[in-house]
Design a protein around this ligand. Structure first.
Ligand SMILES: *[C@@H]1O[C@H](CO)[C@@H](O)[C@H](O)[C@H]1NC(C)=O
Ligand SMILES: *[C@@H]1O[C@H](CO)[C@@H](O)[C@H](O)[C@H]1NC(C)=O
Ligand SMILES: *[C@@H]1O[C@H](CO)[C@@H](O)[C@H](O)[C@H]1NC(C)=O
Ligand SMILES: *[C@@H]1O[C@H](CO)[C@@H](O)[C@H](O)[C@H]1NC(C)=O
Ligand SMILES: *[C@@H]1O[C@H](CO)[C@@H](O)[C@H](O)[C@H]1NC(C)=O
Ligand SMILES: *[C@@H]1O[C@H](CO)[C@@H](O)[C@H](O)[C@H]1NC(C)=O
Ligand SMILES: *[C@@H]1O[C@H](CO)[C@@H](O)[C@H](O)[C@H]1NC(C)=O
Ligand SMILES: *[C@@H]1O[C@H](CO)[C@@H](O)[C@H](O)[C@H]1NC(C)=O
Ligand SMILES: *[C@@H]1O[C@H](CO)[C@@H](O)[C@H](O)[C@H]1NC(C)=O
Length: 476
């Protein structure tokens, strides 16, 4: 039996032989340049630690990762896991996480003989590596552009979407502006896109390092982080999203898109499909008074070098009458003693104005569309709420000039109308067509609320668009 002091010394030296990992730091290795033995020591921490590992390339037989939070088990392996004295970090979608207490320190061992780049991270605030629940959101596409949003990133500085209160119940003006300060984001976001058919992006581990590496190795994968019009946009009540207008895409092509936060958290993938080469409606976006207008509109192209319309270059002849209509509506609404008397137990004047604004914007800014290739080729795929607009018929929108070529309108979802109907006081006389009768002439019916009033559910999707690039009607 060795004296205790010698035992302690031996143990200390053993610990020193393993490469230590620190908290809140990200490490990258290739498995053939690991320390010998391929073991890392974990810091002692009396908090919940998250140890995460990620593969940075596709590999048929990935390495295995074993973790012990018992200082006596200095090189954990499968046997220790089977004995219940250590843990295996199982990989799914190319990454794995262990969360728990490491009171006295511990060890992380890597086992495997095939070379592959990996990333390791330890954090006290939830794992570095993750697949986020929130998906990127498609605004719309043209023949060679796509407008894409991240999932919501921040809820700071959204006071202007908070309801006013009595006695100072002042509704937002028609010409609402975004708050002066978009929040300062503690997150890095970047977007990665590639044609679905041509790229290896689809088959990669869903990890930030693998997707980043693909932009270097696979010329089809584009990191569009530097594209114009990037910035935060308060599109809806969900909070601030990052917005990208991607240019230079190929017509009629299905693209796969990922958004990566802080380099390690993956959102997506989603698909979108660009329009045919003859599609000529430009994208309109970044209108503070119509925050959900982020789509192609039948309006002649903006003067070059602009590639899309925003509130900075949209003609006043389009916006002014719309703002006047909304201002007049707000005056009528304000004849109700908002905030003092309630016309409904569920909704307020602010809800009414918001719903009316969303409805008016969707009517004023007609949306252009096209059947997606999957709808053309697959008869079982329900069609979108598209309506042909030959040049012989007057413009759908009271605010737009006749469009010089034929196009297809993607009708607003009926729910944009029924939402305003439900949210506004009866005396305003707002009403919507009935699903059974005339609604289909002006709205996409049955895509969001199916089955109501005995309606035939066409899309049965329950949504206005899906993550595969199908868009059923124009809605939130
Ligand atoms: C690994 O980390 C080093 C610096 O720590 C960095 O320069 C390098 O780009 C990283 N490699 C990968 C593949 O992320
Ligand atoms: C090791 O982790 C397990 C599971 O999280 C926990 O019950 C145990 O207390 C930890 N042991 C030490 C020494 O931290
Ligand atoms: C430890 O952190 C993980 C990841 O954030 C979490 O899922 C888990 O519930 C936490 N456990 C405890 C005991 O707080
Ligand atoms: C709306 O507000 C913006 C920014 O405050 C201003 O530049 C623009 O002229 C306003 N438009 C109208 C029609 O009042
Ligand atoms: C909110 O906006 C102001 C500028 O108006 C900015 O200084 C502040 O940092 C923003 N708040 C947050 C939480 O980012
Ligand atoms: C990104 O990193 C910053 C700073 O390290 C942190 O505050 C933020 O929560 C991280 N965001 C995500 C989504 O991990
Ligand atoms: C975001 O990236 C920049 C440049 O790569 C870096 O300096 C910054 O620390 C990163 N911020 C976060 C929160 O990760
Ligand atoms: C708004 O109301 C004013 C005053 O009642 C009226 O003159 C104007 O035509 C209205 N504008 C619109 C677009 O309804
Ligand atoms: C895009 O490609 C994906 C993967 O092949 C497919 O599931 C999806 O239906 C396609 N989207 C459209 C709109 O065709």
């Amino acid at each position: 039996m060795l004296p205790l002091s010698l035992l302690l010394l031996l143990q200390t030296q053993l610990i020193h032989a393993q490469q230590p990992l620190s908290v809140d730091k990200l490490y990258n290795f290739t498995t053939n340049s690991l320390p010998n033995p391929p073991v890392f020591s974990l810091p002692a921490a009396h908090v919940n630690l998250s140890v995460s590992v990620a593969l940075c390339a596709s590999i048929a037989s990935p390495p295995r990762f074993f973790l012990s939070n018992d200082t006596a088990i200095t090189n954990p392996g499968l046997g220790d896991v089977e004995d219940g004295r250590a843990f295996e970090i199982n990989l799914q979608n190319g990454f794995g996480v262990w969360s728990g207490i490491v009171n006295d320190g511990g060890f992380l061992a890597v086992s495997g003989s095939v070379e592959v780049p990996i990333e390791l991270g330890i954090s006290q605030n939830g794992p570095f590596h993750d697949i986020l629940d929130g998906l990127p959101l498609l605004g719309d596409t043209t023949s060679n552009q796509a407008l894409v949003f991240s999932s919501p990133l921040s809820y700071s500085n959204t006071t202007h979407i908070v309801d006013p209160t009595y006695p100072k119940y002042i509704l937002p003006p028609a010409n609402i502006s975004l708050p002066d300060g978009a929040p300062a984001l503690p997150i890095n976001v970047s977007i990665f896109i590639a044609p679905t058919a041509a790229s290896e992006l689809v088959s990669l581990p869903r990890t930030g390092c693998a997707i980043r590496a693909a932009t270097i190795e696979d010329s089809h994968v584009l990191n569009a982080g530097e594209t114009a019009d990037n910035g935060l946009w308060l599109r809806d009540t969900g909070g601030w999203r990052w917005q990208w207008l991607l240019n230079g895409l190929t017509p009629l092509t299905n693209y796969t898109t990922y958004v990566i936060e802080n380099g390690t958290k993956v959102s997506g993938p989603i698909n979108f499909v660009t329009k045919s080469a003859s599609f000529s409606c430009p994208i309109v976006h970044s209108l503070p008074y119509c925050p959900t207008v982020n789509y192609a509109v039948p309006i002649s192209a903006p003067p070059l070098p602009d590639l899309a319309y925003t509130s900075a270059n949209l003609p006043e002849t389009v916006t002014n009458p719309m703002l006047e209509t909304l201002a007049n509506f707000t005056i009528s609404l304000s004849t109700h003693p908002c905030g003092r008397d309630y016309y409904s137990p569920l909704v307020t004047c602010a809800d009414c104005q918001r719903a009316y604004r969303a409805w008016l914007c969707s009517i004023w800014f007609t949306r252009c569309g096209e059947p997606s290739p999957s709808q053309v080729n697959d008869a079982s795929n329900p069609s979108s709420a598209l309506q042909a607009q030959p040049t012989s018929v007057p413009p759908r929108s009271p605010g737009l000039q006749p469009f010089p070529s034929d196009y297809m309108a993607l009708l607003p979802c009926l729910e944009t109308c029924t939402a305003a109907d439900r949210a506004c006081p009866y005396f305003l006389g707002f009403s919507c067509p009935l699903p059974r009768f005339t609604a289909q002439m002006s709205y996409g019916v049955g895509f969001v609320d199916s089955g109501e009033e005995g309606y035939q559910g066409d899309g049965v999707t329950g949504v206005t668009q899906d993550r595969w690039g199908n868009v059923w009607c124009n809605g939130l």
